[in-house]
Design a protein around this ligand. Structure first.
Ligand code: FES
Length: 274
């Protein structure tokens, strides 16, 4: 319902200040809801994931529990200190703190430089600007054309690093079908959790803008590149859902760690489906 306040003309100065105390917006809707939700969920994820990778415990459920489940935050487990069964063929002997810290850089760099997350955290944390039609929280704007934000251009390379992690986590999901001492091969809730996690991560990567450009960009005539056109047509609908896939994969990777953590700590036993 309109109020007298709503109907009163709001002075607008074209070409006026960028931000600061005089900045105003004509928007009457709840434009602040999206940045608030973004800050809440991203902060919660950063706090949980930081806590989890520094725990250096309860990241693997092994043969003693008739399972082969590793937390995505600790895979690949590269150090000699990794618990038996979790360790890969290559391992590092000089690293004595949590092995989770070693694998943090790849996925973190991929997410941090993602085009969608950039928009999300520029708007919500830096208020630059908080929403369309809302004044910037800062008086100046230098964009991504100079240091340090020009480094965001490395996203196309982090895309390939992300693919390496997706492959490793897919292998983990396949290995989770092993139920040692409990029938050999089977399916448990833990197996499903790792399969869904790997699937969401692949969907997130395949919906990446850099991936779509890599497959279908720089082509003047699709008729001369039918394979690239087919791939591009497959990726484009995924790309349109990149934001949803970014959030779904982010939330689920934390849930997958939490599930493995609870089973490994003995909070409950991973139920077998067959
Ligand atoms: S744009 Fe988001 S992962 Fe590449």
């Amino acid at each position: 319902m309109s109020t007298v306040e709503d109907l009163r003309p709001v002075p607008v100065m074209l070409g006026g200040v960028r931000g600061g105390p005089d900045a105003r917006t004509l928007r009457r809707d709840r434009w602040w809801a999206t940045p608030t939700v973004t800050v809440t969920f991203l902060t919660a994820f950063v706090v949980y994931s930081t806590w989890a990778v520094f725990q250096n415990a309860h990241y693997y459920v092994g043969a003693a529990a008739h399972r082969d489940l590793i937390s995505p935050f600790y895979s690949p487990c590269l150090t000699a200190s990794c618990v038996g069964g979790a360790r890969g063929a290559l391992f590092i002997t000089w690293w004595t703190i949590s092995p989770g810290i070693l694998v943090l850089g790849g996925p973190l760099g991929f997410r941090l430089t993602c085009y969608y997350y950039r928009k999300a955290y520029y708007r919500s944390f830096w208020r630059s600007p908080p929403a369309c039609g809302v004044a910037d929280g800062h008086g100046s704007y230098s964009g991504e054309t100079r240091f340090p934000l020009i480094l965001q251009n490395v996203h196309r390379y982090f895309f390939f690093i992300g693919l390496v992690f997706n492959t490793i986590l897919t292998i983990d999901a396949i290995m989770a079908f092993r139920l040692p001492g409990d029938g050999g091969i089977g399916l448990s809730i833990g197996t499903l959790v790792l399969v869904v996690n790997a699937t969401l991560l692949w969907l997130y990567s395949l919906s990446c803008h850099a991936c779509r450009h890599l497959c279908g960009g720089n082509v003047n005539q699709f008729s001369r590149h039918p394979l690239r056109q087919r791939i591009w047509r497959f990726l484009t609908p995924l790309n349109a859902r990149h934001m949803q896939l970014a959030w779904a994969s982010l939330v689920f990777v934390a849930l997958a760690d939490l599930y493995v953590r609870l089973v490994a700590s003995g909070a409950f036993h991973d139920p077998k489906i067959f």
